[in-house]
Design a binder for this molecule. Structure first.
Ligand SMILES: [Zn+2]
Ligand SMILES: [Zn+2]
Length: 350
């Protein structure tokens, strides 16, 4: 099995980001990403996707209804060939159009808070009755940054020492995901929502969360049976296939490289990994392994059923359910989210 690390959710000058495509590719290469998925607002730049300077660049889009006030419902549309912005006014028709193209629709920054002193208003997802969404961005670095920047001092702390303020996905976002999982499989991703914005506050003119920094922060790791080959069509299929199947985990690699993290179910019949289903029977074990010591939590249907500090956790499930793992590490004397697995679906034996 191969593991590849990439970033999903970044903006270029095609919308409101500061980097051109060559500049964003340079930042991705600096951060040693295997792949980058850009998601500019309400446009789908053509002729940019491909291998660029050794980086697999996939071009998606982030679509929302510009006429709706207040702003809500940003949808990441990945693997679409045709721009779906024209359908933004109806989230359901938008999701249906993404699915009709064989693409993947992910709810972006589902939960947001808007302190008074901030760059932007809160832009949560509100249409929770929409069906057919493939996944959800459980951890958006920019949402967390925005929520923290409640005043000049805290804003400056967030701008100059971002790792001190980033704690993990909002519990409300994880709860939304767990709620969606009750109705069927939903794939979690995490992303930086990178813009490379400059802010002006008196004499200060920092770039807020520059691209190369963010591309080492919250990332999505993919597990694939096949290797990347350098052939764009093949490799784009491989990346989108792993996202489709949920063979991915979200990692805040700035706290320690999470490469090698695994969550699997084993029994005599074999083993399955994240995104897969397994029948519940005697002898089944769920095993999480981490490359660095961490607080490992196993959850069933959103409720903790086991916890262990170390590099591994092994558990015999008492019941069917949606099982997933969270791993936490300490940084600057605070407990912080590190790895969030996708689920293994333990089902009633037929
Ligand atoms: Zn957005
Ligand atoms: Zn965005």
């Amino acid at each position: 099995m191969a593991e590849y690390i990439g970033v999903i959710h970044a903006h270029t000058t095609a919308s409101d980001g500061r980097a051109t495509f060559p500049e964003i590719v340079r930042a991705a290469r600096e951060a040693r990403l295997d792949f980058l998925i850009t998601t500019d607002h309400n446009c789908l730049p053509q002729g940019e996707a491909g291998y660029r300077d050794g980086v697999l660049l996939i071009v998606g889009q982030e679509v929302h209804d510009e006429a709706r006030e207040p702003q809500v419902n940003h949808l990441l549309c990945i693997g679409v060939g045709e721009d779906v912005t024209a359908l933004a006014a109806s989230p359901q028709r938008l999701v249906d159009a993404v699915n009709a193209q064989g693409g993947l629709a992910f709810i972006a920054h589902p939960v947001e808070f808007a302190p008074s002193y901030t760059l932007e208003p809160a832009i949560p997802w509100v249409d929770w009755d929409v069906v057919g969404v493939h996944g959800i961005e459980i951890w958006n670095y920019m949402s967390e940054f925005k929520a923290h920047a409640t005043g000049l001092a805290r804003g400056a702390q967030a701008a100059y020492w971002p790792t001190s303020v980033i704690i993990g996905p909002f519990p409300e976002a994880l709860a939304r995901w767990d709620e969606m999982l009750r109705r069927g499989p939903v794939v979690a991703i995490g992303g930086p929502d990178a813009h490379g914005w400059k802010v002006r506050r008196g004499p200060l003119n920092p770039t807020i969360l520059p691209y190369p920094f963010l591309f080492r922060a919250v990332r999505t790791h993919l597990l694939t049976d096949d290797n990347l080959t350098g052939d764009f069509a093949h490799d784009q299929r491989l990346v989108l296939g792993a996202l489709r199947r949920g063979r991915v985990f979200v990692a805040y690699d700035a706290l320690g490289d999470a490469t090698g993290f695994r969550f699997e179910a084993h029994d005599r019949a074999g083993r399955v990994g994240m995104g897969e289903a397994v029948a519940w029977r005697t002898g089944l074990r769920l095993v999480a392994r981490a490359p660095l010591p961490a607080e490992l939590r196993l959850l069933c249907d959103g409720i903790e059923v086991a916890t262990q500090y170390g590099r591994s956790l092994s558990f015999a499930p008492h019941q069917p359910g949606v099982y997933r793992v969270e791993a936490y590490r300490r940084h600057a004397r605070q407990r912080r989210g590190w790895v969030f697995s996708n689920p293994i679906y333990v089902q009633d034996a037929p």
